[in-house]
Design a protein around this ligand. Structure first.
Ligand code: PLP
Length: 427
């Protein structure tokens, strides 16, 4: 797999290099120079999930890693299912929350951890990442206990749910967590500053594990295939997928799946009030506003990191921009959608509910719709119980960590303070 920096065409990388570097020069994102298409998509869809995912990832990564190595990585990473659950006659939820931290980020996080362990073979690495909620938990669990790899996770203090926080602040060992007194965009900026700082980047062998890492993105392509594989051939004919979006990694992966030949007619980029992309799709003007805290906090992102990759897919002629439309769901409609889903017998959390609402608004007669269920409702228990007025039970993984002690350190939104902390921990 050859990749090129979208900000500097002379900065090229192999898959292994891009996985290790995360970002290219000038904070540019790596993007494949060529996206291959399957000749016989039905044959691919007929395979079981893990076997099919090995085919997809081999197609994307190429012969840089032996197929048997990719197979081992996939088997260890994708050890849980992605079922499609019927919600109405023509609407399904793709449940991506059956992994250890109960959100879709387990797919990318675990695949990335396994790739890095394979590629780095004993070299020392520091993973530095910012989380708006679920990335932190997925990355922390995926790397917990690995030799020679330290993980530092920044999160916006008090802006994510307590259970979300407990899932990654209670592990200890090689997992270090820092509560920053600011919002997620500020945390993301601190991470970028660290990558721009030669002394830190080289000295601590930094690697990023948020949705900009190419390994996470390619892993996510696989569950779009798994969704379509569970539909009848009739339902595959006119399919719309609604993606609850924050940093837009999930949607990027879906669009790559379509480029590879997966029969998806249309995508909906569903956001909360942090609606930079839906406004951009309507007006052509890129005008991020200050980030607003919402019920769907994992999508409280006003400057989505992955957007240049979606632009690249369109600009390079892989897809027409008409395959994508946006929709913004406000706080009230998020709750309305959760109640409507509950009436249909489907308990959901705010992120999935936003995707559902946008889908219902845009789905046309005769079409089949899928919305992505990005997190388990219990992960947002307080909100779900408040909105639905009914108690929900905690899965065992959450119940166990809810009672454990958290290990995070508090820091102000100040790069010098972060840098000093990093060297005191790891230097
Ligand atoms: C991260 C996250 C999202 C947003 O996904 P992106 O790939 O950043 O667009 C949506 N829902 C949940 C529950 C998440 O954790």
């Amino acid at each position: 797999m050859e990749l090129v920096n979208l900000k500097d065409a002379s900065d090229k990388a192999s898959f292994a290099e891009a996985v290790k570097k995360g970002l290219g020069k000038n904070q540019g994102l790596f993007f494949p120079t060529n996206l291959a298409k399957f000749d016989d998509i039905d044959a691919i869809l007929a395979l079981p999930f893990v076997e099919r995912s090995v085919e997809i990832l081999t197609k994307l990564i190429g012969d840089e890693l032996p197929k048997a190595t990719i197979a081992g990585i996939v088997e260890r990473a994708f050890a849980f299912p992605a079922p499609l659950t019927k919600v109405t006659d023509n609407i399904y939820s793709l449940e991506l929350y059956h992994g250890p931290t109960l959100a879709f980020k387990d797919f990318g996080g675990r695949f990335m951890a396994q790739c890095l362990a394979e590629i780095a073979k004993g070299e020392k690495i520091t993973i530095l990442t910012a989380t708006s909620g679920d990335t932190g938990a997925a990355v922390a669990h995926a790397f917990h206990g690995m030799d020679n790899i330290d993980v530092v996770i920044l999160f916006p203090k008090g802006k994510i749910s307590l259970l979300q926080e407990k899932l990654f602040t209670t592990l200890g060992d090689n997992i270090h967590t820092v509560a920053i007194d600011a919002d997620f965009d500020a945390c993301q900026q601190l991470v970028k500053s660290a990558f721009d700082d030669q002394e830190v980047r080289v000295g601590l062998h930094l690697n990023s594990a948020n949705s900009i890492n190419i390994s996470r993105l390619v892993a996510q392509v696989c569950y779009y295939f798994e969704a379509v594989a569970q539909l009848s051939s009739k339902e595959r004919e006119d399919l719309v997928i609604s993606v609850p979006s924050g940093n837009f990694g999930n949607l990027t992966a879906g669009m790559i799946a379509k480029v590879m030949g997966l029969p998806i007619k249309h995508f909906i980029a569903a956001t909360n009030l942090n609606d930079t992309v839906p406004r951009y799709l309507k007006t052509g003007e890129w005008a991020p506003k200050a980030t607003i805290a919402t019920l769907s906090n994992a999508m409280d992102v006003s400057q989505p990191n992955n957007w240049p990759r979606i632009e690249a897919i369109i600009e390079q002629g892989y897809l027409d921009k008409s395959v994508l439309s946006g929709d913004t769901i406000d706080e009230e409609y998020t709750q309305v959608a959760m109640r409507q889903l509950a009436q249909l017998g489907y308990v959901s959390e705010p992120h999935a509910a936003i995707a559902y609402k946008a889908l219902v608004r845009q789905l046309e007669p005769g079409q089949t719709g899928i919305f992505l269920g990005t997190a388990h409702p219990a992960k947002f228990r307080e909100t779900v119980e408040n909105v639905l007025g009914q108690p929900i039970s905690l899965p065992q993984a959450l119940a166990e960590c809810a009672s454990k002690e958290a290990y995070s350190v508090d820091l102000p939104n100040d790069y010098a303070a972060l840098k000093a902390h990093l060297f005191s921990l790891l230097g």
